[in-house]
Design a binder for this molecule. Structure first.
Ligand SMILES: [Zn+2]
Length: 403
């Protein structure tokens, strides 16, 4: 199979050949051997597929809802093809250990049963329950289940998942955090600091123990904090920490996104969507969701029902973040895409799959007006997973029914 389009980093017109799920070759696209054809603006960009380290659910279902099944996990996972996401971390938020164990079992079983699910799920992100219980840092996570890091509890969850937990977001606030971090890092698991209200010393101790990035830096914080020092400056200033950012236009103001990127550098930042199970639902009121009564607004924001300020999670897929960082921080398409793909792989410790011969043919074809500061949204044209077209905007591809 071959695909032709504009290389997302160079702008050159290229032809990619796939073989056995990998990119066999990338060559300048020529017309009947007469030389390189000029790239046309009507042709899509070819880029590495998006890798989203934080997806909580989709289409009305959360990974940690009580009735989650492997079949439901499969539906949530395959729904991400339409957004150019070729792999991602199913993410569980704070719940009781029994509920989380059930979620881990369902995700693990789905990966065991269906190779197309296993290939899209390089690891699970456990976000909570080891987070700060204070209002603000805990975000929308239920207070009664927030608890200090506990290695035995973690082992139970990881065993239930078949050893698939690859990222744990924890608060640096607890005395147990450094020891837990050391054990997790020794076991090959990435520790991210998030949902924290920690002191400067606690953050340093957690990074010393091996924490490698901050989860959605600038969110899940007290509404008012001391001007300095505080846990946002402390994480920003520590060059050992990368960061994931929610750049949906609602969670962080444009000026904050720009400042974070300048301080951390693009290379150490990754975009996440952090979409909840309410993503993909039409505007309206929804009662009895895992996060309580939620309203989906016309502009896509998810808020706690009855008001307009308190966000109840994100609903826009990662491609919106790609378009937004170009607009907010003046990035070009190359840097914006890398924040949604290669940088995420690097932060999570997954094999990095640049757009070059020999790597997995996990690709997204997209349209975007690539002038810095462009306001037009990014549009997904097609998604390829291991060389197979899994999404095509011009026709709906239906996955074969699960057994
Ligand atoms: Zn969170």
């Amino acid at each position: 199979m071959t695909v032709t389009g504009r290389h997302y980093a160079t702008g050159e017109r290229v032809r990619l050949e796939f073989a056995h799920g990998r990119i066999a070759s990338i060559s300048p696209a020529t017309a009947k051997g007469t030389g390189v054809e000029p790239a046309s603006n009507s042709e899509p960009w070819i880029a590495p597929g998006f890798v989203d380290l934080q997806i909580n659910g989709f289409g009305g279902h959360e990974f940690n809802e009580p009735q989650i099944t492997p079949q439901r996990v499969r539906e949530i996972v395959l729904a991400q093809d339409q957004f150019g996401v070729t792999s991602f971390c199913p993410t569980t938020t704070t719940q009781s250990l029994d509920r989380l164990t059930h979620a881990m079992t369902a995700i693990g079983d789905a990966c065991e049963r269906w190779p197309e699910i296993a290939s899209r799920v390089p690891g699970i992100h456990l976000e909570g329950p080891f987070i700060c219980a204070e209002d603000g840092p805990r975000g929308a996570h239920p207070r009664e289940h927030c608890r200090p890091p506990d290695w035995d509890a973690f082992r139970r969850l990881n065993d239930a998942s078949g050893g698939r937990i690859r990222i744990v977001t924890i608060a640096a606030d607890y005395d147990q955090t450094p020891e837990f971090t050391r054990r997790a890092v020794d076991a090959g698991i990435r520790i991210a600091i998030g949902h924290t209200g920690a002191s400067s010393d606690q953050i340093v101790r957690t990074v010393d123990a091996g924490a490698s990035f901050s989860t959605h830096l600038g969110n899940a914080a007290h509404p008012r904090i001391r001007r300095h020092p505080n846990y946002i400056w402390d994480q920003l200033a520590d060059d050992r920490l990368g960061a994931t950012l929610i750049v949906d236009g609602h969670h962080l103001p444009a000026s904050v996104v720009k400042c974070f990127l300048r301080v951390k550098s693009i290379a150490r930042c990754a975009l996440i969507s952090d979409i909840t199970g309410m993503a993909g639902m039409p505007p309206g009121n929804y009662s009895g969701t895992p996060l309580g009564n939620i309203e989906v607004l016309d502009d896509g924001r998810l808020v706690v029902a009855g008001q307009r300020e308190l966000l109840a999670g994100a609903s826009l897929p990662i491609g919106h973040g790609v378009a937004n960082v170009m607009k907010f921080a003046g990035l070009d398409l190359r840097d914006a895409v890398q924040m949604a793909s290669l940088n995420a792989q690097r932060l999570a410790g997954f094999p990095v799959q640049p757009l070059e011969a020999g790597t997995l043919a996990d690709l997204v074809l997209l349209h975007h007006d690539c002038e810095p500061g462009a306001t037009s949204p990014l549009r997904i044209v097609a998604t390829y997973k291991r060389g197979e077209r899994t999404w095509d905007a011009s026709r709906t591809i239906r996955h074969s029914a699960a057994d």
